[in-house]
Design a protein around this ligand. Sequence first.
Ligand SMILES: Cc1cc2nc3c(=O)[nH]c(=O)nc-3n(C[C@H](O)[C@H](O)[C@H](O)COP(=O)(O)OP(=O)(O)OC[C@H]3O[C@@H](n4cnc5c(N)ncnc54)[C@H](O)[C@@H]3O)c2cc1C
Length: 355
Amino acid sequence: MNGRIAIVGGGIIGLSVAWRLAQSGWQIEVFDKAQVGQEASWAAAGMLAPGGEVDADSPMAQLAIESRQLFRAFVDSLEAESGVSIDMQEAGAIELAYSDDELNKLQHKAMVQSGIGIRSRPLAPKQIETFWPRVRRDGLAGARFYPGDGVVSPREMVTAMKIAAKARGVELHEGRAVTAVHVGDAYSDVMTYDSDRRFQAVVIALGAWSSALLVSGVPALPEAYPVKGHLIGYRQPDQTCSTIIRHGHTYLLQRANGLLVVGASVEHAGFDRTVNPETAEVLAREAAQVFPHLAETTPSQVWIGFRPGSEQLRVGPWHSPRLQLAYGHYRNGILLAPVTADRITASINANLRKQ
Ligand SMILES: Cc1cc2nc3c(=O)[nH]c(=O)nc-3n(C[C@H](O)[C@H](O)[C@H](O)COP(=O)(O)OP(=O)(O)OC[C@H]3O[C@@H](n4cnc5c(N)ncnc54)[C@H](O)[C@@H]3O)c2cc1C
């Protein structure tokens, strides 16, 4: 087995864990049923946004805050090892309120967040008008600014990670679905349709597919399920949207290449890959509520992805150090990638010796 560890699933989570474990001296093999990084990790908007996403204290909230702090160094190191430049913006986020009720909710959220270390400050309509001139002014009651939120391009991260992982000797088995895993006392076996291989440990990072895997030797895995999301994109001049802008369930952000991304629907539709024009229209209407000039424009892209839902985030051993779980990241798997990679690497380093 020679210090070999299998990572089952090559999304941003599996690749991050693979890269970190390889840096720690482990021999890593990643198995993916298709090309790595083409599922949720390809679809994601890429917000690094505890300010926008966290509204109560929880283990997930604490990990989100920790991972946000790790993110810049993670991206710097990924760029250095891969030679790929990654679009990461740290300009913060604003959340808009168009009624007193919405403003009160923002204030309440800010109070809860300040107790767990997430900073924000109020913005008056006049400030929005000055610094975000395209935002709808009609009925604007106020806003909050979250200086710590940011954005990254998940697709560039996955591209970089693939190169960095390979440079560290990680073997990528693309187009190889894992059918089953058996966890023994001294090893774990990984089965594909034509092979049965032995490793010192296995990491399950299958996103929304995680609990569909047949696993023996340990109790059944906690459930994972898909939560489908549509996103739309517009080609827009640079600096159309220099921070994340949120209103209600809608968010807008802009990549360095000009693509303005608007998200996202939340659908419990299983693994249905249909791209629905009506859902895209709803998103376009919501976007035009924030940026009225978009009402004149048609989105140039619509796409979907499956967020990995689960009752709770699973990062760590499951009844044996030879089986590590890394799934259930739901809406925040891009943000949580650095902390997940560090936790799994620490758990394996603490519990297993390279044989
Ligand atoms: C619309 C949308 C917007 C989002 N926006 C954000 C955001 O702004 N910020 C943020 O932090 N997160 C966001 N997310 C969430 C984020 O995308 C996910 O949490 C994250 O990508 C999960 O990564 P993963 O590696 O666990 O899963 P995935 O990227 O889905 O990877 C799972 C991998 O497992 C492989 N696989 C499946 N079955 C098998 C098998 N049997 N054998 C081998 N391989 C298999 C798949 O091919 C896939 O490559 C968003 C998600 C969606 C859908």
